[in-house]
Design a protein around this ligand. Structure first.
Ligand SMILES: [Zn+2]
Length: 518
């Protein structure tokens, strides 16, 4: 089975079948309807978005025996011959292999001659930006004074390379990359027509990989079908494309935002063992961050994910907030360059994600160092003049990040996405006597409140994750009640605190003075 089977079978034959090019289609249809078509067009855009297909439809529209018309009949000899690529008056020329002056001279001869049978001679120059300078010169002469029976379509993925003199004499139509959602819907339609099942999530993964190209999307679908004739689902797609599954991306995201470097690296190892390129995970996280940001700004906006994946995204967008998402996305994009340039991209991904995972912790530590009332957010609740026992440690059940991640995963499984997202903002967690204590800093009071209201669900998830039988939620006091241990006592206690030790480790500093904030 050729990998172009579907792309060929579903090649649009009419303007209205062109996917995702509404502006182009409307412009061409209007021109045809009013008889005001241009003699030279530039069709610019990415590969596989329909430039050549649109050029062929335009040729049919011009030469159809019922035409010129926006709706070629598709049945007359002109329509049929053009569709099959054997019309004498429609010439498709690959500029990449015909870039010299001689070919263009020949072209000029052909252009001057009257059409053999049809109304117009239509020249479709593919990859026109590859023409040589002399060839451009010769072409310009024809376009400056085109014979009335000639139409040129210069198709190109890189019109920036066209001489300005050419561009100014052509009508330029820009073909857009087709949005993932539009591609997904198209793939679903093709699957329906072909009579095989294609889940939304799988269609979307294919659509995203195709990066705006209809042809690539259909070729990818061909590939997955060849690989897995019994059914195309998310797993088959992930395997063929080497893409991470949504669930893996979700887990990595939670670990990343939970500041759990160990978990992030472990997840990377796991996907690599499954044969997934860590760079693909990184790209998936970038898409995730971008989408979360869009959702944080406009919760109802359309997103390139399946409908059943939306709640998990919405919840995470809300939990992270615009500010953090902007920063995270910025960092993801920034590190992308480093990954692209690195000799060992998998190491670069590990370093980049490690840095990103550490960022929230560094931020909290910075707040701690700044001595703001946010100190509690770093897991150092101050009460009764005492520094509470460190709660970040693995007293039971693993690190804070690990506990939060497992709990969030169990909540996600139970469909409690909002609670799952809120768990990430717990500043401390411990397990004692089968009870999981979650501490929410005052900065995350809303999430704490939500957790308190969702105790039953939290407990269910804690049991499902094998963390604890029960859950209690503690809200850290916004203001500590003062009483006074001696400065020396306080210094000693603060110094022995794990979080503080980590600060000192990261910043290489020395604790000189401890003050209580009231
Ligand atoms: Zn026709």
């Amino acid at each position: 089975m050729s990998h172009l089977v579907l792309a060929r079978r579903y090649r649009p034959q009419r303007f209205e079948d062109l996917i995702g090019q509404d502006v182009v289609v409307r412009t061409l249809r209007n021109a045809l309807a009013s008889g005001e078509t241009a003699h030279a067009y530039v069709f610019a855009g990415l590969r596989g978005v329909g430039k050549t297909t649109a050029a062929r439809i335009l040729a049919r529209a011009l030469n159809c025996q019922q035409g010129p018309t926006p709706d070629p009949c598709g049945e007359c000899s002109a329509c049929v011959d053009i569709a099959e690529g054997r019309a004498l008056d429609v010439l498709e020329i690959d500029a990449a292999s015909n870039r010299g002056i001689d070919d263009v001279r020949e072209l000029r001869e052909t252009a001057r001659a009257m059409p053999v049978r049809d109304r117009f001679r239509v020249f479709i120059l593919d990859e026109a930006h590859q023409l040589s300078r002399d060839a451009w010169g010769a072409l310009l002469k024809i376009i400056e004074e085109p014979p009335p029976h000639v139409v040129f379509v210069l198709a190109s993925t890189d019109k920036q390379k066209f001489p300005a003199t050419i561009l100014s004499r052509c009508q330029q139509l820009d073909f857009r990359p087709v949005p993932a959602e539009t591609l997904r819907a198209h793939l679903a339609e093709v699957a329906r027509a072909e009579g095989f099942a294609l889940p939304d999530g799988a269609a979307l993964m294919l659509a995203q990989s195709a990066e705006g190209s209809v042809r690539d999307a259909l070729s990818l679908l061909d590939r997955v079908r060849a690989f897995s004739p019994t059914g195309v689902d998310e797993t088959a797609v992930a395997e063929v494309l080497g893409l991470p599954r949504f669930e893996v991306v979700l887990k990595t995201w939670d670990a990343l935002l939970g500041g759990d470097v160990a978990a992030v690296l472990q997840l990377l190892r796991e996907v690599e063992a499954e044969g997934t390129d860590p760079v693909a995970v990184y790209e998936a996280l970038t898409t995730f961050a971008h989408t979360a940001l869009l959702l944080a700004c406009a919760p109802d906006c359309p997103i390139p994910y399946a409908a059943d994946q939306r709640p998990a995204l919405v919840a995470r967008a809300g939990a992270a907030g615009q500010l953090r998402l902007v920063r995270l996305l910025g960092q993801l994009v920034e590190h992308r360059r480093l990954i692209a340039e690195a000799d060992q991209s998998r190491l670069a991904v590990a370093v980049a994600l490690g840095r990103l995972a550490l960022w929230p912790r560094v931020r909290l530590i910075e707040e701690l160092l700044a001595g703001s009332g946010q100190a509690v957010a770093a897991g150092v609740p101050v009460s009764d003049g005492q520094v509470a026992a460190p709660r970040l440690a693995s007293e039971a059940g693993g690190t804070l990040g690990d506990l939060r991640r497992r709990l969030a995963a169990a909540l996600d499984d139970a469909g409690a996405h909002l609670l799952a997202a809120g768990v990430v903002s717990a500043s401390a967690a411990r397990v004692e006597g089968g009870v999981l204590y979650l501490v929410y800093p005052s900065a995350a009071a809303a999430n704490g409140q939500a957790a308190q209201e969702g105790l039953a669900e939290l407990a269910g998830a804690a049991r499902a994750a094998g963390i604890a039988q029960e859950v209690r939620v503690e809200l850290s006091p916004a203001v500590a009640t003062p009483s006074s241990p001696t400065p020396a006592e306080l210094l000693l206690k603060v110094q022995s605190h794990e979080g503080v030790q980590r600060v000192l480790e990261i910043f290489g500093g020395k604790l000189e003075r401890v003050e209580e904030k009231v």
